[in-house]
Design a protein around this ligand. Structure first.
Ligand code: ATP
Ligand code: MG
Length: 433
């Protein structure tokens, strides 16, 4: 039976009931009594309907608080249907809320910033990465125009021009971002931001590296080529002058070779396929030898001391010798004649520690964080005198990273510097008494 006929049956039953009561009254008493009886039953029915309608109206106003009775006749069916609809609606709402919360959670985990705006760029929602990258705050900025929040002329031009197929490179403070606006649905837009600061820094470092490396090699090559041209164009050159040219050429050749070796050493150290060779190091013998080399480099112009009071360590002998002697040779080269240099080897709670202390030129604080960058030199003209390339501390940094050790630099211009290598406790090798 169709729902429509199911609805009409109780209506027909009710009319039959009114008619039957009227008829019964007529038979028992008379027509008037029959009509009154039928009217009474009809009134009772109308009152019942009105009561249920009133209940329904109350329930519709406040479905959470008000409870519907089971009803009577077709009302039972109507109330049951309404309850079912409401339950389904509640279920759909719960599912939707759950999806929304999952969606937000997923968006919050994204490494990129996501901002959802309406068609006129009023902020509706953004994830924590977007808050950090674009300086937004979901708590206080919701409902505000994004162009008033991201105050960058480039961003405003991007919005005005509306060429959203192209991403925009946006610089906000220290950060470099790639942002893109994607219109979706009819009345919403998404702004996605991707942080490329680190990538940009590495790219710049790579470009600088190539430029610096070419520059470092070009100078000695120009000198060698110059002498070769003289040798070719002047076959009768005085042998003593020729000898002098050959000596200068050999010097430049050696210089180039040492640069290339440094660069190769750095590349080798950076390669992950090349593991650390762990050996037991006789620190005392190594530091004595480094001290002797420093004295040779100084040529008696500095007072060089070693204070040895620490354990042996495990590590790669070649790499650690190169790191420590880089620090010590820097101390000699950047300390004027008459200065003193002390090498300390001691054990600390955190692990064994090497420090080279000088009372030389010192370094301004703004340079300290950049010393380990490849080719970084504080004073290029001074470094040229000392023939420095700026690769020494980059090599030190990589060696230490491979040994889980760290470099600490303390320095005061005009007073001197302290370069410390802090080894991890696990590098310590205790001698058996
Ligand atoms: N003990 C020190 N005192 C003062 N300045 C120093 C000291 N050690 C390093 N520096 C500064 O740090 C810069 C970087 O040092 P690094 O050893 O990397 O390069 P370099 O000595 O110039 O060249 P390389 O070591 O490649 O021959 C140096 O150019 C120098 O200006
Ligand atoms: Mg150096």
């Amino acid at each position: 039976m169709s729902p429509r006929s199911l609805f009409w049956i109780p209506v027909a039953v009710r009319f039959a009931l009114v008619f039957a009561t009227g008829l019964a009254g007529y038979y028992v008493w008379d027509l008037k009594s029959g009509l009154i009886l039928a009217l009474l039953v009809l009134t009772a029915m109308v009152i019942t309907q009105l009561r249920y309608m009133y209940q329904l109206s109350l329930w519709l106003d406040n479905p959470e608080e008000v409870r519907l009775s089971d009803g009577w006749g077709s009302w039972t069916e109507i109330f049951a249907k309404l309850y079912r609809l409401r339950r389904e609606d509640q279920k759909n709402r719960n599912e939707l809320a759950e999806w929304l919360s999952r969606f937000r959670q997923a968006m919050s985990q994204l490494p990129d910033g996501v901002v959802i705006m309406d068609d006129v760029l009023f902020l509706e929602w953004c994830n924590p990465v977007a808050e950090k990258q674009l300086g937004l705050s979901l708590a206080t900025d919701t409902g505000m125009r994004v162009t008033n929040l991201i105050r960058s002329p480039d961003f405003i031009d991007y919005i005005i021009l509306g060429r959203y197929e192209e991403p925009l490179t946006l610089t906000l403070g220290e950060r470099k971002l790639i942002v893109r606006l994607i219109p979706f649905e009819n009345r919403r837009q998404i702004l996605v931001s991707h942080d490329v600061t680190e990538f940009d820094r590495l790219e710049r470092m790579r470009r600088d590296f190539i430029a610096n490396a070419s520059h470092e090699l070009r100078t000695p090559l120009t000198v060698i080529n110059g002498f070769l041209e003289i040798a070719m164009s002047e076959p009768d050159l005085d042998p003593s002058i020729r000898q002098q040219h050959l000596k200068l050429m050999a010097e430049q050749g050696k210089r180039m070779q040492s640069r290339v070796e440094d660069m190769l050493a750095l590349t080798r150290l950076e390669s992950i396929e090349y593991p650390v060779r762990e050996e037991l190091l006789d620190m005392h013998a190594m530091l004595e030898q480094i001290k002797a080399e420093a004295q040779a480099l100084s040529g008696g112009r500095h007072a060089i001391k070693l204070e040895f009071n620490g354990p042996d360590v495990k590590g790669s002998p070649d790499e650690l010798r190169s790191a420590i002697s880089n620090l010590v040779s820097n101390a000699v080269r950047y300390t004027p004649e008459g200065g003193s240099i002390t090498l300390h080897w001691r054990d600390a709670e955190a692990g064994p520690r090497f420090t080279v202390e000088d009372n030389g030129l010192g370094i301004l604080p703004e340079h300290i964080g950049r010393l380990t960058e490849r080719f970084y030199r504080v004073d290029k003209s001074r470094s040229r005198e000392t023939q420095g390339t700026g690769l020494g501390l980059a090599i030190v940094k990589h060696v230490l990273m491979r040994h889980n050790a760290s470099l600490q630099v303390e320095s005061q211009p005009g007073k001197g510097s302290q370069f410390t290598i802090q080894f991890p406790g696990s590098a310590r090798v205790l001698k058996l008494a």
